[in-house]
Design a protein around this ligand. Structure first.
Ligand code: AMP
Length: 112
């Protein structure tokens, strides 16, 4: 979708600090980090949120978790938080499914 920010980043039209990429998933650093490590894990397929991802691309959703673990293994000692804001009142502002991988510090509920 040309009007979707994360589709445009996935297509390479908008630059991002990419940390991992497969045929189906891309991971890049959040532009406004809430933790020392804050990476967005995003499917190439445009689905609106994690619930749609679970219904329509469940194997890709599983791969997103595996990629989050791989990034955490490299950057946070293997421990991480993975947050899927779902809907505006939950803080979702980009309506293309993405997990916020957070780590690298002792996290509290005030962190994202
Ligand atoms: P959410 O609010 O859960 O939809 O998350 C969207 C996230 O995208 C926010 O944490 C933003 O900081 C992040 N973001 C917005 N624009 C960019 C960008 N160009 N590159 C990287 N992250 C971005």
């Amino acid at each position: 979708m040309t009007d979707c920010l994360f589709c445009r980043i996935a297509a390479g039209d908008i630059p991002a600090d990419i940390v991992a990429r497969t045929d189906t998933v891309i991971a890049f650093r959040d532009i406004a980090p809430k933790a020392p490590v804050h990476v967005l894990v995003v499917p190439f397929a445009h689905v609106a949120n994690v619930t749609e991802a679970a219904a329509q691309i469940p194997t890709v959703l599983a791969e997103m978790v595996q990629i989050a673990q791989r990034i955490a293994d490299a950057e946070t000692g293997g421990e991480f938080r993975l947050v899927f804001n779902t809907g505006p009142t939950a803080g979702q502002s980009v309506f293309h499914a993405h997990g916020h991988l957070l780590g690298g510090a002792e996290l509290t509920w005030d962190d994202a």
